[in-house]
Design a protein around this ligand. Structure first.
Ligand SMILES: Nc1ncnc2c1ncn2[C@@H]1O[C@H](COP(=O)(O)OP(=O)(O)O)[C@@H](O)[C@H]1O
Ligand SMILES: [Mg+2]
Length: 325
């Protein structure tokens, strides 16, 4: 549903994302996890056609974000980091306005607004001023404007940032309920967020993807402590099998490669054993051409240290979070 290839973005001289590649399957809820400044918002802005990339390609629902932005926007709902909600508008009017921007008019618009309100638990507050709602409900309005045109893909940039613990739980529940058939990508710098909401995680750090798997598998990688990343020039036939048969290798996965390499293999050692010699020998003797071999988990450990590992605690004073509208 989403295919990103070697996507880079420069802000002036500064490289915000660096040849990142990944795919998201239909129906997945992908967590885009990384510390502040990692490049999450930049990637999401490119995927939603808010900003062009400097190089590389991205396709969403089969359309190129650069060449067919209208087709992409029709199929994508986007909750930006700062939700585009107008405080002096009535909730339902705002959603009708967003529906009109998508070309939905008349009875269809009424239906679209009604179901966005209902799906986001906003039916009771449809006639209220957005500015008078609690932060949790304003965030629901932000999500409602993203789904009003019933998109196949939802891109949510830090959807629970700034909310109190109860609101966080409610918004996560809402995201899960919206997932279903839809493909969802949500960004976060909070580790437990992906645990509760996402089926798979993409970890990004300093503009590069450093891991892509389920959180359990990534944690297992970290615990085992000996995971090797292998970059080769040619992905010769049978290479994966040869790597798997190396004594002491527990698992091998192939990941998107960048920087002129044909393939990247992530090789996990059984019981944390030393496999670098054996693995590099296979790469060389099979004619694959060894470009790089390095310990994967070290960089991953560094990223985990930078992530927020506890939920924000203590609800904001004065905000009664108990179901406040
Ligand atoms: N408009 C901009 N101009 C210059 N640099 C920017 C701009 N937006 C983001 N950056 C830089 O790009 C990098 C990635 O930012 P961003 O995509 O916002 O990361 P994240 O959302 O993961 O926190 C950061 O180093 C940030 O300072
Ligand atoms: Mg951001």
């Amino acid at each position: 549903m989403i295919e990103v290839q070697k996507l880079s973005k420069f802000y002036g001289q500064r490289k915000a994302i660096d040849e990142i590649s990944f795919t998201v399957e239909k129906g997945e809820v992908l967590g885009f996890l990384g510390p502040n400044g990692a490049g999450k918002t930049t990637t999401m802005k490119i995927l939603t056609c808010f900003m062009p990339a400097s190089s590389g390609t991205a396709r969403v629902a089969g359309f190129d974000v650069f060449e067919q932005p209208l087709e992409v926007k029709r199929r994508v709902g986007y909750l930006p980091e700062t939700p585009p909600v107008y405080n002096d508008m009535i909730v339902a009017d705002f959603l009708a306005f967003k529906a009109a921007l998508h070309g939905i008019k008349g009875p269809d618009a009424k239906k679209a607004v009604g179901s966005a309100l209902e799906n986001c638990g906003l039916s009771q507050v449809g006639k209220r001023l957005i500015g008078n709602l609690s932060k949790g409900y304003q965030q629901r309005v932000g999500i409602a404007q993203a789904i009003v045109h019933n998109p196949q893909v939802l891109i949510l940039d830090e959807p629970t940032i700034g909310l109190d613990p109860k609101q966080i739980i409610e918004i996560r529940g809402l995201i899960k309920s919206l997932a279903g058939e839809r493909t969802v990508v949500l960004s976060t710098h909070i580790l437990p967020e992906v645990q509760t909401t996402c089926s798979r995680v993409l970890i990004i750090n300093e503009g590069k993807i450093v891991a892509s798997n389920t959180l359990e598998a990534i944690s297992a990688q970290l615990r085992k402590g000996n995971v090797i990343s292998l970059l080769v020039k040619n992905n010769v036939t049978g290479l994966m099998g040869k790597l798997r048969s190396v004594n002491g290798v527990a698992n091998v996965t192939e990941e998107p490669a960048d920087g002129g390499a044909a393939a990247r293999f992530v090789v996990t050692a059984a019981n944390g054993g030393e496999i670098r010699d054996a693995v590099s020998e296979i790469a060389v003797t099979s004619g694959a051409g060894l470009l790089e071999i390095k310990r994967e988990s070290l960089s991953l450990e560094e990223v985990f240290l930078k992530l927020t590992t506890v939920e924000p605690s203590g609800s904001q004073a004065g905000e009664p979070s108990g179901g406040a509208l």
